[in-house]
Design a protein around this ligand. Structure first.
Ligand code: ATP
Ligand code: MG
Length: 400
């Protein structure tokens, strides 16, 4: 069946005053951006709600796109008919008949904002409900726990009928929480961490450490692909690709191998912080969870974190690998993450990394390296890619 409208529900309960209008405007703008590829579709805010006018388009692809916009709690397909009893009744029957699966019980919840309409809400419930019952099979009224609540709203010239409520992704509209810098590897975890940061309203940029020629062009392409998948939820994403080879070579030359991972991570954080500062990002995000590997013990985190005063968000800290994998499959990054290209960390992985590194020992080892110069050079030579949703070609530029 053709629907005319999509009604969007959002988490307005917790929001008041200016926060509420900021939230609504941001959400409205994000929905408009997301639906840009659908010519003829209009997004409007009226009566304190957001409507999408389909303009004759199929609802299915638009619905799918909306399930990727954070801040949306529920989505309902709707019909718009003239405020006149026969049209309303007919639309109600069509709506019910078209649901798949067909509900077994229902009730009508009618509302009229316009008291000039000749029937009260209560009368409308009966007039519409009775008509639906007479024109459908195997359907009963259940006013307490209906499978379908058919909402009917009489608003002036037009009346709106809503069927089932589909769940949205929840969260806050991207952009409501400022910018964060994701440390994005080619693994399973960090894309999921990026997704969760977007879900809480962060604008995402990402930094990736690449060790060409020890890691291949394809390993880098894989990370670009992962970031591009995240643009479905986040709009534009700027990806900073750091050439990490020289630093890793220096570490290999001067640092005892059991400490190489610790020192390498400290370099990653220093560089990521610098890039975050240069781009007005207010926090770093990683895909670390607790206790997963040697560098993710609390002792390691302490020594690694000591190089930065930036907040580090770890959205996966309390999750099991299984839970992380479930999200990664749902958001579409899993298949790319498991492609078998080498990662800069695995290439240089020592046989026995320290699970409880010591800060003083770490600092002594680093003293053999020109840390500041190495960090500076890596930041300066960073390659910047601006990724946009569904575009294979994007501009490449350097901003230094
Ligand atoms: P992931 O699946 O995200 O790679 P992991 O379980 O393999 O995580 P580690 O390899 O210890 O764990 O990495 C921990 C975190 O450090 C990653 O989640 C990511 O945020 C960051 N990281 C690791 N390698 C890189 C890299 N090459 N470039 C950017 N960030 C990285
Ligand atoms: Mg990894």
């Amino acid at each position: 069946m053709k629907y005319d409208l999509i009604l969007i529900r959002y988490g307005e309960l917790a929001l008041k005053g200016k926060n509420r209008s900021d939230f609504e405007n941001r959400l409205l703008e994000n929905i408009r951006q997301k639906l840009k590829p659908f010519a003829g579709v209009k997004v409007k805010k009226t009566f304190g709600r957001i409507f999408v006018e389909l303009g004759g388009r199929e609802s299915e692809p638009v619905l799918r796109a909306l399930t990727e916009v954070f801040g949306i709690v529920g989505i309902s397909l709707a019909k718009q008919v003239p405020s006149e009893l026969e049209s309303i009744r007919q639309a109600a029957v069509e709506l019910v008949q078209d649901l798949d699966p067909r509900p077994r019980t229902f009730k009508v919840a009618a509302k009229r904002s316009d008291k000039s309409f000749p029937h009260t809400s209560q009368e409308l419930n009966h007039l519409i409900g009775g008509h639906v019952l007479r024109n459908t099979e195997d359907l009963r009224v259940d006013v307490h726990r209906p499978e379908l609540t058919l909402k009917v709203e009489v608003r002036g010239k037009y009346t709106y009928l809503y069927g089932a409520n589909l769940p949205g992704p929840g969260g806050l509209p991207v952009g409501s929480s400022g910018k964060v810098m994701l440390l994005l590897s080619g693994g399973i975890d960090s894309p999921v961490a990026g997704y969760l940061a977007l879900k809480r309203g962060g604008v995402l940029e990402a930094v990736h450490f690449h060790s060409y020629p020890y890691t291949s062009e394809r390993a880098k392409e894989k990370v670009v692909d992962l970031a591009r998948i995240l643009t479905r939820f986040g709009g534009r994403i700027r990806l900073h690709v750091v050439q990490f080879t020289e630093i890793q070579t220096e570490i290999r030359k001067h640092v005892q191998s059991s400490y190489s991972i610790t020192v390498m991570r400290r370099f990653m954080l220093r560089i990521a912080e610098q890039i975050a500062r240069n781009n007005q990002a207010l926090a770093l995000v990683t895909g670390e969870s607790l206790g997963q590997v040697a560098s993710q013990t609390l002792e390691s985190m302490n020594v690694i974190n000591a190089v930065t005063s930036y907040p580090i968000l770890r959205p996966l800290v309390g999750m099991d690998k299984q839970e992380i994998m479930t999200i990664s499959k749902k958001i579409g990054t899993y298949e790319t993450s498991i492609l078998p290209y080498e990662d800069c960390c695995t290439v240089f992985l020592p046989k026995a990394p320290k699970t409880r590194p010591d800060l003083k020992v770490t600092e002594e080892m680093e003293a053999k390296l020109d840390v500041d110069a190495l960090v500076q050079k890596a930041v300066e030579e960073t390659e910047v890619l601006d990724l946009r949703p569904d575009e294979k070609q994007e501009e490449e530029f350097s901003y230094f």
